[in-house]
Design a protein around this ligand. Structure first.
Ligand SMILES: C[S@@+](CC[C@H](N)C(=O)[O-])C[C@H]1O[C@@H](n2cnc3c(N)ncnc32)[C@H](O)[C@@H]1O
Length: 197
C-alpha cells in the first residue's frame, strides 16, 4: 500500500509537463568555492544558529575570559560572542569571503586565513577553542583535534557543535556553486562536545 502510494506520487510528477525543466543539478564543491557565494547570505536567516547557540553559550558562559580561538569561524558569529564575553579572540578560516565578513563584524579580533588541520596559531597559546558547524566539512578529521590540543594551554577547553552524521548522510552541509546554484541541502540536527585538556 505504502509503496503503491509512493509510486503513484512519482507517476504524477513524471506526468506533469510543467515540471519537465524543474530539476536542480546539485554539484559537490570544495568549501572555499561553496562559501564564496553563501558568505553573502550565510547569516540571515540561518536556522542552525537557534540549535547550537543555547548549548554553546551555556558552556562558554561558565568559563573565565582568556585567549579564545574561533576555529573555522566563518563570518565571526562565535568570535563576536566570545569578544562580548571579554575574551581576546583569534579566528582561523579557510574562506577569504567568510573572513572578510568576520573582520568587519568583529574588528577587535584577529582573523587569520588558515586550515583546521594546520592552525596558524602558536602552541599552548589558547584557553578556549570553539569550533561550530565546520567539522562536517573536514574529510580527514585526525589532524584537527591534534591541532586543538597543540594550541590549547593545559586545562584549556574545546567546545564543538556540528551537524549530526545522519543529517549529513541525508545531504547536510549546505553550499553553493560559484555560479550560485544549490550544491547540497541543509539539515537541522546537531551534536555537541565539550573537552578539557
Ligand atoms: C557552516 S560554516 C560555520 C561558520 C561558523 N563556525 C559558524 O558556526 O557560524 C563552516 C565554515 O568552516 C569553514 N571551513 C571548512 N573547512 C575548513 C577547514 N578545513 N579549515 C578552515 N575552515 C574551514 C568554511 O569556510 C565555513 O566558513
Amino acid at each position: 500500500m505504502f509503496v503503491e502510494a509512493r509510486l503513484a506520487e512519482i507517476r504524477k510528477f513524471l506526468d506533469d509537463g510543467s515540471l519537465a525543466d524543474a530539476a536542480v543539478e546539485v554539484a559537490r564543491v570544495g568549501t572555499v568555492e561553496g562559501y564564496r557565494v553563501w558568505s553573502r547570505t550565510y547569516d540571515v536567516p540561518n536556522s542552525a544558529f537557534d540549535l547550537d547557540e543555547p548549548f554553546i553559550r551555556e558552556i562558554v558562559d561558565a568559563l573565565p575570559a582568556g585567549d579564545a580561538l574561533d576555529a573555522a569561524g566563518g563570518t565571526g558569529r562565535m568570535a563576536a560572542y566570545l569578544a562580548g564575553r571579554g575574551h581576546r579572540v583569534r579566528g582561523v578560516e579557510s574562506s577569504a569571503d567568510m573572513l572578510e565578513r568576520a573582520r568587519l563584524r568583529v574588528p577587535q579580533a584577529e582573523f587569520l586565513p588558515g586550515d583546521l588541520s594546520c592552525l596558524p596559531v602558536p602552541g599552548e597559546s589558547v584557553d578556549l577553542v570553539v569550533c561550530t558547524l565546520a567539522l562536517t566539512h573536514v574529510p580527514v578529521l585526525d589532524p584537527v583535534p591534534a591541532e586543538f590540543a597543540r594550541v590549547l594551554r593545559p586545562g584549556g577547553h574545546v567546545v564543538i557543535a556540528d551537524i549530526h552524521p545522519e543529517g549529513v548522510a541525508r545531504g547536510g552541509g549546505p553550499a553553493r556553486t560559484a555560479a550560485g546554484r544549490p550544491a547540497i541541502a541543509g539539515t537541522p540536527s546537531m551534536l555537541f562536545w565539550h573537552f578539557q585538556r
